[in-house]
Design a protein around this ligand. Sequence first.
Ligand SMILES: *[C@@H]1O[C@H](CO)[C@@H](O)[C@H](O)[C@H]1NC(C)=O
Ligand SMILES: *[C@@H]1O[C@H](CO)[C@@H](O)[C@H](O)[C@H]1NC(C)=O
Ligand SMILES: *[C@@H]1O[C@H](CO)[C@@H](O)[C@H](O)[C@H]1NC(C)=O
Length: 411
Amino acid sequence: MGAFVLLLFFFCVFDNPVGSLDNGLSLTPTMGWLHWERFMCNIDCDSDPHNCISENLYMQMANVMVTEGWKEAGYEYICIDDCWSSHQRDAQGLLQADPKRFPSGIKKLADYVHSKGLMLGIYADLGTETCGGFPGSLGYYDIDAQTFADWGVDLLKFDGCYMKWNLLGEGYTNMSIALNKTGRSIVYSCEWPLYEWPYHQPDYHALRKVCNHWRNSVDVEDSWASVKNILEWTADHQNIIVPVAGPGGWNDPDMLVIGNFGLSHDQQESQMALWAIMASPLLMSNDLRDICPRAKELLQNRHIISISQDPLGKQGYRTAKVNNFEVWERPLTGGQLALAVMNKYEAGGPRHFPLTLATLPSWKICTPECNVTQILPSYKELGVHTLFSQLVVAINPSGTALLSITPMKVE
Ligand SMILES: *[C@@H]1O[C@H](CO)[C@@H](O)[C@H](O)[C@H]1NC(C)=O
Ligand SMILES: *[C@@H]1O[C@H](CO)[C@@H](O)[C@H](O)[C@H]1NC(C)=O
Ligand SMILES: *[C@@H]1O[C@H](CO)[C@@H](O)[C@H](O)[C@H]1NC(C)=O
């Protein structure tokens, strides 16, 4: 094995960001379920009634969210993505759900979801059409915001297809104002930076005033390549995007694809750990009616969720690339630190990563002592350590060790 090369990233930790969207929502990253990655634009209810985009799908997910412990774990929003609507607005110019697939209408669906103690999310688009070719909201922001409020919707994912890029800021801002004017509390999930980056560096301070979370990079797919690509994009842009995240406004690296087909269990652990470190919304896109027990246990892991939902609301960042490991950390309340070490070497067996000052400058929080708990790959209380302890963690290929480190004062 080559020399142990330590590549440190210097990262400025700013004070709490100010000026978030003042709607009192998403004070910790939003948790729930969103249909897109798993169910996409499947509108063929004749041949695939169990998986098509229809009111049944969301009602079934809502049922399972309650009976299978998801709600109790903190997952709250059931979110509809594209392809729910009819191809035409109604005679009054209002959006309407596809009558065949949503015979009871969205208001009834929202009532149903609320009766389960959950929230309903919906999807619309800033431009002339949605990405899937359904009616867009350009020219209808006030009307559509009011329609969603009247239906009892609790979250809007607002996409940016078919819109001039130089009007993104204006459009996203106008919709934010329109939602506020309805008087209903609606989480506002934007895709403004995703569509602006190809032309221009987005103004993240403006974004934070307008949106509760914002998608930065391409859609997640059900593959390790996709998850790695999103992590790489995030780390490459962390000096720009991390300082603006905080209560009320979050960077959104897209859905959790845990429980589907493309990720090994170790890779699923890596996604879960890193999404918690990145203070990302935890929006699962999977089939909760049919999910393997290990994926379920991982998604409901209360230790990981408590890192994700840490009230300090600071987003974590990559601190080092060492010998085919990546080290990420996130400051938590009470001076605690969450630490994720990912094994990027995709061959062989478990590799060992020593926690020392040389590999991990933040290990200095172990002066004079710290209490270390391993959360992934398995829960283990590793006890009290000092700066000079010889602590080593074993990490499978494309897996991640997630730890929490609590500094201890000596009496
Ligand atoms: C609308 O904005 C005002 C001022 O920013 C805020 O106080 C109020 O809570 C917002 N209302 C909703 C429903 O978001
Ligand atoms: C945003 O609202 C302003 C003020 O009403 C209006 O002039 C502008 O055309 C709107 N822009 C978009 C993209 O909706
Ligand atoms: C270390 O943390 C673990 C997990 O929270 C806890 O059970 C244990 O009591 C702590 N040990 C000390 C010495 O504080």
